[in-house]
Design a protein around this ligand. Structure first.
Ligand SMILES: Cc1cc2nc3c(=O)[nH]c(=O)nc-3n(C[C@H](O)[C@H](O)[C@H](O)COP(=O)(O)OP(=O)(O)OC[C@H]3O[C@@H](n4cnc5c(N)ncnc54)[C@H](O)[C@@H]3O)c2cc1C
Length: 433
């Protein structure tokens, strides 16, 4: 008998999960996505940003034939980060293992193309422009609204997966269930994406993630991408920030000249205007008491545990969810009652640890602490290289170059996380951000 699975959300995790489930016997998948097919609409700059895929993501993608190869073909391989300091000085943080960087939209397109190349409508149907509206967990029915016509479509399922991101509609329905606990917090920083092009030979060294810190908690991250463009984000405190008060293109140009002179050299007037009009995006972190309802509903990816992007782990952790869920289906021979309950048990400690790590790995403002962070990072790298049995890898290496559970990384680095958390709290109270 076919197992009818409805996935809400054709983001990175919904699509990778479809790959895994279709690799199993008798799974029939319907994916519903509120946005249009990204292969047919023009690239939306307000909704995209570069995503770093590291060890956890690489392993998850490599299990499906052809997917990691397709991703490599559209991404840049990065060997480290370059921190830009005052007076055009730089510090390099090298990596032992390469990571891959591509725009979120291109990540989704890669997963979509590899999926639709392999499976036809006898097993897979993707319904774009369909927003999840109503859920009936008792009757196993979910209702979608066609975004264009407002017509409603009902779908039955044996298993429903909420892969619909940090503002999950599926998760909202969990709130009406007994004993479901849930915490959502906006991180104190917001961001705007930025897209630069240059006719010159690239002035930012390819193969690196470039970061700058200006005063007042404002920072920039840029990555030269495979197509020759440079994109990234400008991050700034949600409250009391200059960026929300820009009213002219000249304000934008002046801001970059003053805070990020190297970036201002790459900023065209056209992009300055687009930057002005681009909406400010806020970021949610999510903690849930459980990720399943009975044997028929599961939350996965950002819907279950959205985090701050500071460590570049949201997508990687979401891909790791897929591997863990697939392993549980193997262990419990596709018995969903067991596999779903075990998913909550196994994943929750690591998901909560990741939120804690991502919120508190980096000092917000304390210059001394930031210097200590850098020294700790380099010394851990060197000591581990020399005495791998006696010294652990650095926090960043453990997070991005291994698949060690996040809860173990938090245990190893608890002192540092506590120290940064206290310093960040003091800074937030002082500056009221
Ligand atoms: C600025 C920034 C930088 C980041 N950088 C990194 C990084 O370097 N590395 C990393 O690993 N992670 C990074 N992340 C996090 C990463 O983008 C997310 O963790 C990842 O996209 C989660 O995938 P997802 O599929 O769970 O959710 P999403 O990507 O949010 O996808 C959810 C999908 O569900 C759809 N949807 C939502 N509601 C409905 C509905 N009601 N009905 C139907 N469809 C719906 C949405 O349209 C969307 O397509 C970053 C995030 C941000 C904001």
């Amino acid at each position: 008998m076919n197992k009818k699975v409805v996935i809400v959300g054709a983001g990175p995790v919904g699509l990778l999960l479809a790959h895994y489930l279709l690799g199993r016997d008798s799974y029939q998948i319907d994916i519903y996505e509120r946005r249009s097919d990204p292969r047919t609409v023009s690239f939306s700059k307000s909704r995209s940003y570069p995503v770093v895929i590291n060890q956890r993501g690489i392993e998850a993608l490599s299990n499906i034939e052809g997917v990691f190869e397709a991703l490599k073909a559209t991404s840049v391989e990065s060997v480290g980060s370059m921190i830009h300091l005052k007076d055009a000085k730089t510090r390099v943080l090298p990596r032992e293992k390469p990571i891959y960087i591509l725009d979120r939209t291109h990540l989704v397109i890669t997963l979509l193309e590899t999926l639709t190349k392999k499976y036809d409508s006898s097993r897979l149907n993707i319904h774009f422009d369909h927003r999840c509206k109503l859920l009936d967990f008792e009757a196993n029915i979910v209702t979608f609204e066609n975004v264009a016509s407002t017509a409603e479509v009902c779908a039955n399922y044996n298993l429903l997966i909420g892969a619909d991101g940090s503002k999950s509609r599926v998760r909202e329905k969990f709130l009406s269930q007994d004993l479901f606990e849930f915490e959502q917090k906006y991180i104190p920083y917001a961001y705007k994406s930025i897209f630069l092009t240059t006719d010159e030979p690239p002035s930012l060294q390819p193969g690196y993630i470039h970061t700058w810190r200006a005063g007042n908690g404002i920072a920039a991250t840029l990555v030269p991408l495979r197509d020759g463009t440079i994109s990234g984000t400008i991050n700034f405190p949600r409250k009391n920030n200059a960026i929300a008060n820009f009213s002219t293109t000249e304000d934008v140009v002046q801001f970059f000249r003053y805070n990020f002179p190297e970036i201002s050299q790459l900023l065209s007037l056209e992009e300055a205007e687009a930057f002005l009009n681009r909406p400010i995006s806020n970021i949610l972190t999510i903690r849930c008491s459980h990720y399943h309802y009975s044997d028929s509903v599961l939350l996965i990816g950002d819907a279950a545990h959205a985090t701050s992007p500071s460590l570049g782990q949201g997508c990687n952790a979401a891909f790791e969810d897929v591997v863990i869920f697939n392993t549980l289906l193997n262990e419990y021979s596709d018995n969903w009652a067991e596999a779903l309950a075990q998913f909550t048990l196994r994943r929750k400690p690591d998901a909560h640890a990741l939120v804690e790590l991502s919120d508190n790995a980096f000092p917000m403002s304390d210059k001394l602490l930031f210097f200590e962070f850098f020294i700790r990072l380099r010394s851990a790298q060197i000591l581990h290289q020399l005495f791998p049995k006696r010294f652990s890898k650095s926090l960043l290496q453990l997070v991005s170059e291994t698949t060690l559970p996040y809860s173990e990384i938090l245990n190893t680095y608890q002192n540092w996380i506590t120290k940064v958390k206290q310093s960040n709290k003091r800074y937030m109270t002082k500056t009221e951000i």
